[in-house]
Design a protein around this ligand. Structure first.
Ligand SMILES: *Cc1c(COP(=O)(O)O)cnc(C)c1O
Length: 377
């Protein structure tokens, strides 16, 4: 009797105990500096509130997100957090909420500073901020050294309380452009001196994201802003400063198995034909879920502890895998799209290679509509 499958679609499992272990590994490696856990983009697809709460339970006190609305959600999940930093250019309309919820935006330009200051003064409030310096990333922030004086001048705005100063590396690996990271470090140091002189006190300084935290320990300053390594990517070598392990698994199940002859065409435009008699599995997951079309005829999934090639084109809701003859696979069997099964593993960086992208995009590309199940609370 064929088993009746019971699968409305794929789901994500997030191991919160492993997440806390990763945060612990990063924190233990830091001498004196603190960890700012970067949890923007729904905690890289892992779920903002659950991740914030789990990290807070594990002793993490500082967080960073992209938008004030995310920051407010973090405040709800981690009421004791010492810092909830908004890395984007927060809108002046958000000033009352940011003061109320103790959310700290970065200030990215003189115009941004003036707008936030005006909103704060109009509401009779004082907003704590960090100054964002552009030392070579070419994204947000006061361009250094050209705008360092403007950045220092915001210390005089009565509606703003400048508490910190930060920048972001464009590249860390010295082999790609020798000296680029060091150039950013030097620009940061000079600008920090000028801004601290204007503030009349030492400010909270932070610069490094995961890669820099791993490779440039002398750039820790007061805190490192670590994202991807918390989720277990980019820090696998045990001899490095810290090692972390993937936290997220993405699973689905087999909807149908069919035994087919050689030369059987699979999927739109018959991009795959079976070489010999074989079993084919149809699996619940497709590009609407974030399983990218590039994975058709390239990626693998795990079923019954073995790697199975994804064959034919990825469709909107379904993919097919070639199981080989006499597979024994049945409808209802669990499928691992990202994760481990029976000693085999497929992590997001493997999918990323096939898609010519990075693990960040694979993780954040998993549809938010897919259920996140939390383990290891
Ligand atoms: C996303 C982000 C980080 C975290 O980067 P990872 O490479 O994930 O560690 C740190 N700082 C800023 C400004 C960011 O935007």
């Amino acid at each position: 009797m064929p088993r009746i499958m019971n699968c409305d679609g794929s789901w994500v499992e997030v191991d919160l105990a492993r997440l806390r272990g990763n945060a612990g590994a990063v924190r233990d490696s830091l001498a004196g500096a603190d960890l700012i856990a970067v949890i923007k983009a729904d905690a890289y697809g892992h779920g903002l509130e659950a991740v914030a709460a789990a990290l807070a339970r594990g002793g993490v006190k500082r967080f960073a997100v992209a938008y004030p609305a995310e920051a407010a959600a973090v405040r709800g999940a981690a009421p004791q957090a010492e810092l909830i930093l908004v890395l984007g250019a927060a809108c002046p309309a958000e000033v009352p909420r940011m003061v109320r919820e103790r959310i700290t935006p970065v200030v990215v330009s003189a115009a941004h500073a003036q707008a936030l200051d005006a909103a704060a003064q109009a509401a009779g409030l004082r907003l704590g901020v960090h100054v964002k310096l552009d030392t070579g990333m070419g994204r947000l922030g006061f361009v250094c050294p050209a705008e360092t004086a403007q950045a220092a001048a915001i210390c005089r705005l009565p509606g703003l309380d400048v508490q910190g100063v930060c920048t972001h590396f464009a590249m860390v690996e010295p082999e790609k452009k020798p000296g680029a990271a060091r150039g950013q470090v030097d620009k940061f140091k000079q600008a920090v001196s000028a801004i601290e002189a204007a503030a009349g006190r030492r400010l909270f300084r932070h610069m490094s994201s995961s890669r820099a935290a791993l490779l440039l320990p002398d750039c820790d300053h007061d805190a490192v802003r670590v994202g991807i390594s918390l989720y277990g990517y980019g820090a696998a070598e045990p001899d490095k400063r810290f090692a972390t392990a993937p936290v997220l698994q993405w699973k689905s199940c087999v909807l149908q198995v069919k035994t087919v002859p050689a030369g059987f065409a699979v999927g739109y435009y018959a991009s795959y034909k079976t070489a010999a008699p074989t079993d084919l599995a149809t699996i619940s997951c497709g590009y609407t879920d974030g399983y990218q079309r590039h994975l058709g005829n390239k990626g693998h999934v795990l079923i019954r502890g073995r790697r199975r090639p994804v064959v034919g084109r990825v469709s909107m809701n379904w993919i097919s895998a070639d199981l080989g003859p006499d597979s024994g696979v049945q409808a209802g069997d669990e499928v691992v799209l990202i994760g481990e099964q029976g000693g085999e593993r497929i992590w997001a960086d493997e999918l990323a290679k096939h898609c010519n992208t990075i693990a960040y995009e694979i993780l954040t590309g998993i549809s938010r509509q897919i259920e996140r199940r939390y383990l290891g609370q």
